[in-house]
Design a binder for this molecule. Sequence first.
Ligand code: ADP
Length: 513
Amino acid sequence: MNGSKPYVVAADIGTTSTKTLVIDREGRVLASHAIEYPLHTPKPDRAEQDPRQLYEAVVEGIGAVVRKAAVLPSQVLCVSFSSAMHSLIAVDAAGEPLTPCITWADNRSAAYADLVNRERNGRAIYMATGTPIHPMSPLLKLMWMKEHDPAIFLAAYKFIGIKEFVFAKLFGEYAIDYSLASCTGLFNLQALDWDANALALAGIDAERLSRPVPTTHRMAGLRPDLAAAMGLAADTPFVLGASDGVLASLGSGAFEPGVFAVSIGTSGAVRGVVDKPLTDPQGRLFCYALTDKFWVIGGAINNGGIMFRWVRDQLATLEAEEARRMGVDPYDHLAQIAAGVDAGSNGLIFMPLLAGERAPYWNANARGVFFGLSLVHEKRHMIRAVLEGVVYRIHSVAAALAELSGSAREIRASGGFARSVLWRQMMADVTGTPVTVPDAIESSGLGAAQLGLLAMGEIADFAGVHDWVRTGTRHEPDTANHAVYTELTAIYANVYQQLRGDFDAIAAFQQRH
Ligand code: ADP
């Protein structure tokens, strides 16, 4: 590495906060900083942010972390970025936002997802672009805007995502990396360019989008006042980087065939890395670019850690209160209670579909089900069944992934769920696959730093990531428990299929009342 510039600054623009890190050549984090901002929900199906606020958080966050690490402007090799996926902002010719930043969590275009799937050959669009036909997709957000906000749709100079907004403000140039482009539903995976059919569906031409460039693309030439505010030199290169999802795979070391990354925070996801774009003929999985040589395929579930929160706040409120009185984390206390029940919760199955479901079902009307309740079941069985149910959901996505890319020999666990020994062991037992936990927490930021080194020509490939990511704990599957879970997951899959029509009926009822 360039000896006089030993540090990389990573900036990870997330939905709840922008996290910045200063990292050295051994992958050690010298300092980290997070700046939070709100997610606005003016209507139940909206989830928006103020793009200016996020831009300010990036500038402030970089400055703060550089000061914390006490590194000199001349010692910073580059700044490299990670960003949340699927955001959409309409901007005018001066780069000023005409709309809020419409985030991945925004559901306004739900009706367009149904329309495209039913009448506009959604499957072919997905196969070409790798982005599932789902309201998160900027393609569908554009279709919504064209009909619901035609004045802005016509007036907009460009339609961009949050990272392009930040780079345009800093450098006056509209470029989108292949990775975030591949999450727009508008980008052709094979051609590495905008997809004519998707553009036609959105009703725009390519000039109204940013120029697609590799994830190693760099910009430089900061205004002196901005450089000073960030503690950087004016010529410090900024590497565009990639999406937080694919960088989390890289930064957790889940970067070889047969190693799946499973992260469960509020929602959850399973990801695997492949060396060419690969879409699923059954439409269950996404395929997003990391570079032009590596692609991340996987699936996201809606109902991850939020299910445990639901248990804590709705089902086991007394127990959670008791934990707080004892000064114990309620999640740890509830997990302890669940640990007192045998694997399989005495035949109680919970289908954690409270928020509808994404992969692999893509069914917004799905709802939660306790199946198999009998008089032997107590609250502790229900608590355990919920934790098991979330793992069953991850397992069904991992199985779809295995069909496409080969089976897993190791799962790398991250997110809030990875704090629980019980939940991690359940993951090993249900899937029959060893589970490891990387020591690093900021995996997207670490991934961004690796990509920064590649962009600067300091490394030739990502082999070094293995030295960066150390895994402490390892859980081997328990054979007897695995047999129990194999039996129950088969019943689970069957029950889901049988209930499909009834899910539509109950969701329609709930909408009316
Ligand atoms: P976010 O999606 O905001 O990044 P986190 O990764 O912090 O969320 O995960 C939050 C979830 O992690 C909680 O809803 C809960 O399900 C789970 N969680 C947090 N702490 C624990 C714990 N000690 N044991 C088990 N699960 C936990």
